[in-house]
Design a binder for this molecule. Sequence first.
Ligand code: SF4
Length: 364
Amino acid sequence: MRAGLVAGSPADERLLNTTEILSQVLLQDVEDAGDGGGRAKKIRQGTSAERIVSVHDPEMRHGRKSKAVRFDGHKMSLVTDVDSQLITAVDVLPGSAKDQTGSLELVQQSEATTGLQAEAVLGDMAYGSGENRERFAEAGIELQAKTPQRPDIGFFSKDRFDIDTDRMTCQCPAGQVTNHLMRKGFHTRQGGQPVQDLAFVFPAVGCAACPLRTSCYRPTRKGREVLLHPQEAMIQAAKAWQQSPAFDDFRKQRQVVEHRIARMAQLGVRQARYFGCHKTLFQVLMAATVANLTLVLAKGGPSATNRPLRSLQGALGDLFRAALALAAPIQSRYERSAEAPTSGAIRSRPQPLTLRVATSRPGL
Ligand code: SF4
């Protein structure tokens, strides 16, 4: 087929892309059966995160809203200002992406758009990994997010042990203290770098006579092990914050973003109107602009006395401008052009921002 096409022409590139997608679709669920000859194939176990689920939209991915609820499509990321309730940044991720993916960059985009520094970023548990906390801390932004509950393992959980990250010691419920750390394999960071996992060990000889032994661990030759989180100090600080009265304020403030997500759902973002993340982002930007405009109108518009609202109205223009910038290549494809309107962000005192990701499901 390529013989009739000029090499490197748009038609040739389209044909190559289509062939690549089709070969990926055909091969993504099979693997070598290992017969030595390489001819026998078998169905692959499990699902790759990069599995193409639609030939019409090769950017769609399998995603999960929870353990039980799955979807095929993209995810929407959203940053909302707690006080004004204005949406200040949006993004569209592959459906298989972790919720926390690109969260720091989105908050930084929100800061750049509004000209306001985030006092704190409030996220749900999906943002609360040690790695994400570390990234926000390195950027000088406070991230407030719940830590996950420990699963019931039938023995003392890690919460019953007191880990001192300064002295690098661990005290067990019976009062024994150990500083014996051993290697426990590796895990992979977001960027792909391997990180060594470590665990405190209470030697089996010391635990043999302990009256709490049967509640502590299943008998092993090594003794009780307690994993040391790579960002242990940050996780401990988050757990202490979860027990403090400040956590109630966090829960109330996070409701704001839930309401804005509901508003976005009203405006149709649960159904992608276009193929691909790029065009779906255009849809989300337009929906966020409409959500913000209707909110400002409902509040009576920005007034001279309402400085936070005035300062954030620039975000409206920037979201709209970003939508038009995204639309430009789409429109030029159909030999039309768009001119982005100009708008300026009004700077004001710093406002706290709240962050949350919702999933959207394209109708494919
Ligand atoms: S079994 Fe060992 S680690 Fe567990 S409480 Fe007793 S002394 Fe501590």
